[in-house]
Each structure stands twice: as structure tokens, then as C-alpha cells.
Design a protein around this ligand. Structure first.
Ligand code: HEC
Length: 252
């Protein structure tokens, strides 16, 4: 009996020591990317004085566990476009050929996300985005309950490695009906792009007015005010700029 408990004690001791050792090992090896040799050739450009761990500060389960990888780029200024240039490029990309582009809109309700395909028209002056919907729809319900949204746009390409062009937006959504004064403001931005899509758009002022009235009575407008925009644009690289550009709304 004594012998047995001695074996048990030794076994427990060995287990504990090895657990401590592995914990120690894990601690020593707590970062994913430390050596400059670990850097892939396609890596985004950054200021020389920055260490790898400043942007890759955490490892969990072998993934780069920093929740906001893109935002680490704010630590580096190499190749950053001036703010107005980011705005210009974002508008150019999101206006597409006819003033509107198709996005994936992410909403969530009760901690369950929902991704919906939806078109938006961007206001080039404010970067506000407008879309029009029927009155029903799961996404509308989500946004009514929770105004935090995210939008993603990608320019389709044959080779996404060579022609990467996309925009990610985080912002707040408002649902507007014809009774909100902002509805008509948004409609003036939205309508010209709609007229490229429909047969026989109204031409004379009276028909245009009747058209607007009808829309304002039957549709819901979603207005998204961006808080952060991340432009991923490989075409900037050739010009010596960073392929990631970050724009954030300035709080007055
Ligand atoms: C200024 C911030 C910054 C610094 C400094 C930085 N990185 Fe990165 N790194 C990033 C970002 C952002 C990404 C993700 C880019 C993307 O999604 O294409 C990334 C991606 C990577 C990846 C690819 C990860 C993957 O999942 O494919 C590796 C590997 C990497 N970095 C290694 C390094 C090493 C090694 C260093 C130091 C020599 C370093 N990084 C320094 C910001 C940084």
C-alpha cells in the first residue's frame, strides 16, 4: 500500500514538473513572428524602427491572436496616403461605372450575424452610403434592433492575388422612411444611379417628382455613416504606397 502511494506521489510530481515546463516553453515562445526572416515577401510595408511583435503581439492556438490586425498598421506611417487621397480613391472604387456598387452587409441580432447582398450609392462629399429596400427583410429588422453594421466590397478579378481591390467599412446604420427629412437628401444622391438600372426613368420634372413621392411612400432607405474604412488596393503598391489604407471618421 505504501509503495503504491509513493508511486502515485512520484507520478503526480512528474506530471506537475512537466506541466510547468511546457507552460514555461509556451511563455518563451509566446509570439508568432519575431525574426525578420519570418516575414513573407508580400508583407505590407512598415516603418523600419518597428519590431515584429509591436504588430503581432499575441499568439493563441497558433493564430495571430491580435483581434484587430489591420489597426496595428496605424503604428506605421510608411506609404500612407494623405486622407483626401484615400477618400478620393474610396469614392472612385465604390462609385463603379454608374454610381453604385454591390456589397455584403453584415448585421447582427442576439449575437447571430447575418450577411446580405445589397447595393449602395456613396455620397462623394461625406462618404455616407445609401440603399433602398422593400419594407420587409431580416436585415432591416437587425438594423432596427442594432445599428452597428459592417460592409465589404470586392472588385471581382480573375486573379485576386494580382488585382486585389476591396473596401471594408464599419459604421452605424439608420433606417429612414419618407417622413424623415434625411430621406429626400439621400434620394437625391441615390436616384441618378438608379436611373441606369431601370427602363424608362422619369425625365420631366413632374414625372420625377411623382416618382420620388412614390418611392418615399413605399420604400425604406438605409443610411450608413462610416466610422472606419479600410481600403485594400494593390494598385497603390506600384506607386510606392501601402496596399492597406485606413480612414477613420474625425470626431468633432
Ligand atoms: C506595422 C505593423 C506590422 C509590423 C511591424 C509587422 N507586421 Fe506582419 N503583418 C501585419 C499585418 C497588418 C498583416 C496582415 C496583412 C494581410 O492581411 O495581408 C501581417 C501579416 C504577417 C504575416 C502573414 C500572416 C498570415 O497569416 O499569413 C507574417 C508571417 C508576418 N506578418 C510576419 C511579420 C514579421 C516576421 C515581422 C517583423 C519583421 C512583421 N510581420 C512585422 C502588420 C505588421
Amino acid at each position: 500500500m505504501k509503495k503504491l502511494s509513493l508511486v502515485a506521489v512520484i507520478a503526480i510530481a512528474i506530471f506537475c514538473i512537466s506541466a510547468v515546463c511546457t507552460a514555461e516553453e509556451k511563455k518563451d515562445n509566446g509570439f508568432l513572428y519575431v525574426k525578420s526572416g519570418d516575414k513573407p515577401p508580400m508583407h505590407v510595408i512598415f516603418d523600419e524602427n518597428l519590431k515584429c511583435v509591436e504588430c503581432h503581439p499575441l499568439k493563441t492556438k497558433d493564430i495571430d491572436g491580435y483581434t484587430s490586425a489591420t489597426m496595428t498598421l496605424k503604428k506605421s506611417s510608411l506609404g500612407v496616403l494623405p486622407r483626401e487621397e484615400i477618400e478620393k480613391r474610396v469614392v472612385e472604387v465604390l462609385q463603379g461605372k454608374h454610381g453604385r456598387e454591390i456589397f455584403v452587409l453584415s448585421t447582427s441580432y442576439n449575437n447571430k450575424p447575418l450577411a446580405t447582398i445589397i447595393e449602395f450609392t456613396i455620397d462623394p462629399k461625406t462618404l455616407t452610403l445609401y440603399s433602398m429596400s422593400e419594407r420587409q427583410g431580416e436585415k432591416l429588422f437587425h438594423m432596427h434592433e442594432n445599428d452597428q453594421v459592417s460592409l465589404a466590397y470586392v472588385r471581382p478579378a480573375e486573379n485576386y492575388f494580382r488585382e486585389t481591390l476591396g473596401v471594408q467599412i464599419v459604421g452605424k446604420a439608420q433606417l429612414l422612411t419618407g417622413e424623415d427629412p434625411e430621406f429626400m437628401e439621400g434620394l437625391d444622391i441615390y436616384l441618378p444611379s438608379l436611373f441606369h438600372m431601370i427602363p424608362n426613368p422619369p425625365t420631366d420634372p413632374a414625372a420625377l417628382d411623382a416618382f420620388k413621392q412614390k418611392i418615399s411612400k413605399t420604400k425604406i432607405m438605409t443610411k450608413v455613416t462610416p466610422e472606419r474604412i479600410v481600403l485594400r488596393d494593390i494598385f497603390l503598391k506600384a506607386k510606392g504606397f501601402r496596399n492597406f489604407q485606413i480612414w477613420e471618421r474625425e470626431t468633432p
